[in-house]
Ligand binder design. Structure first.
Ligand SMILES: Nc1ncnc2c1ncn2[C@@H]1O[C@H](COP(=O)(O)OP(=O)(O)OP(=O)(O)O)[C@@H](O)[C@H]1O
Ligand SMILES: [Mg+2]
Length: 355
């Protein structure tokens, strides 16, 4: 159990600020995910928490004790932190058993204890049958799991995971998500997890911190950042979204390039960006006063029907149920929009078809 507090932490490399004035408190047992595009500062943040990098300004505390800042710098090995690096370095000259046992040997555990712990951890990361293999005889995904096993074996109070599933195939990645989450819960450790995969962030986290260019855009539960994003960047980054331009006035938003308008009782007026998630657009029979569209293309996905729809001069995407596939080809359709988000016009060209 542990608390990590970061106060006004910034990091500069030369003149370039890669993390700007970050403050937050990760509480006991919390599963935090840092989500953001490549280069936004995620790895840099983990490296500062772990002690591989010094903040340029600001302070980091673990369990109330300063580990960085105010003239103090506690080295990584004294912070009680386990980290799986993005490049998942495993010792090339040690087999799987010795790699995972390494931190336990440093802790001077008994031979019996080490064997039991390593076997338990290898079971968790699905590597029991590879116990004697050398890293050169393992795939990238298997090596990544050795690194995860090694970090878990030491039972750290804080676990920092930098894209630990990036080299696994889709099925194993999904399975491991739940296992990591379960392990974290069982051990009641803080996890700071880095990913740029929004579905990983959604399924695993208690709290998601969305970062862009070193600046926090929003932090909140997965439900909060998905359903109430604070700006178009977050709306776009945490899920699929259609952006349309519009004008809000008198309780409605007139959608640009269409004859259609939406009922709107929010505070904004004038030019706005409207963001609509595909699952909130429903295909219905055309009615006189409903929104009118036409299916441009549809892709049968097995579990659903992924459609592009012409709406005036815009194309939007919806995920319809699989049974609708082929049913509306070439016909005018009605559209019901069950939920949408509105932002002040950003000036950025968010008007685009989803890919
Ligand atoms: N030692 C360094 N010296 C100079 N610039 C650096 C250094 N380390 C990182 N950077 C820069 O800082 C920025 C943030 O890097 P960081 O590795 O934290 O990004 P990231 O969010 O982890 O990206 P990715 O998803 O690609 O791993 C990048 O622009 C990177 O080029
Ligand atoms: Mg990184």
């Amino acid at each position: 159990m542990s608390v990590i507090e970061l106060s006004h932490v910034s990091k500069k490399f030369g003149d370039v600020t890669v993390l700007n004035d970050f403050s937050d408190k990760f509480i006991d047992g919390e599963f935090i995910t840092l989500l953001g595009p490549s280069g936004c500062g995620k790895t840099t943040m983990l490296r500062m928490i772990a002690g591989f990098e010094k903040p340029s300004t600001g302070e980091i505390r673990i369990d109330g004790n300063i580990v960085s800042g105010g003239g103090v710098f506690v080295p990584p090995e004294k912070r009680g932190i386990g980290m799986v690096f993005q490049t998942y370095a495993v010792w090339p000259h040690m087999n799987v058993f010795d790699n995972v046992a390494y931190p336990l040997k440093i802790q001077k555990k008994s031979k019996q204890e080490i064997r039991e712990k390593v076997e338990q951890v290898l079971g968790i990361v699905h590597l029991s049958q590879y116990i004697k293999r050398m890293p050169s005889e393992l795939s990238g995904g298997q090596q990544q799991r050795v690194a995860l096993g090694r970090a878990l074996a030491a039972e750290p109070k804080v676990l920092l995971l930098d894209e630990p599933l990036s080299n696994l195939d889709a099925k194993l990645r999904e399975e491991m998500r739940f296992e990591i989450k379960e392990i974290a819960k069982k051990l009641n450790i803080n996890v700071v997890y880095v990913t740029h995969d929004q579905s990983e962030a959604m399924t695993m986290s208690d709290r998601v911190i969305v970062i862009n260019s070193g600046v926090v855009q929003q932090q909140g539960t997965p439900v909060e950042v998905y359903t109430r994003p604070t700006n178009p960047f977050v709306a776009d980054f945490v899920g699929k979204v259609n952006f349309l331009k519009g004008t809000a006035s008198n309780g409605r938003i007139q959608l640009e390039g269409t004859q259609e308008s939406l009922l709107y009782n929010g505070d904004l007026s004038g030019r706005v960006d409207v963001a609509i998630r595909p699952e909130n657009i429903h295909i219905v029979p055309l009615s006189d006063d409903g929104i009118k569209g036409k299916i441009v293309s549809e892709y049968y996905m097995g579990e659903n029907n992924d459609c592009r729809i012409q709406l005036g001069q815009n194309q939007i995407r919806t995920i319809a149920d699989a049974g609708s596939y082929g049913k509306w080809s070439g016909q005018d359709i009605g559209l019901e929009i069950s939920d949408f988000m509105v932002f002040p016009e950003s000036g950025e060209d968010y008007h685009k078809i989803l890919t």
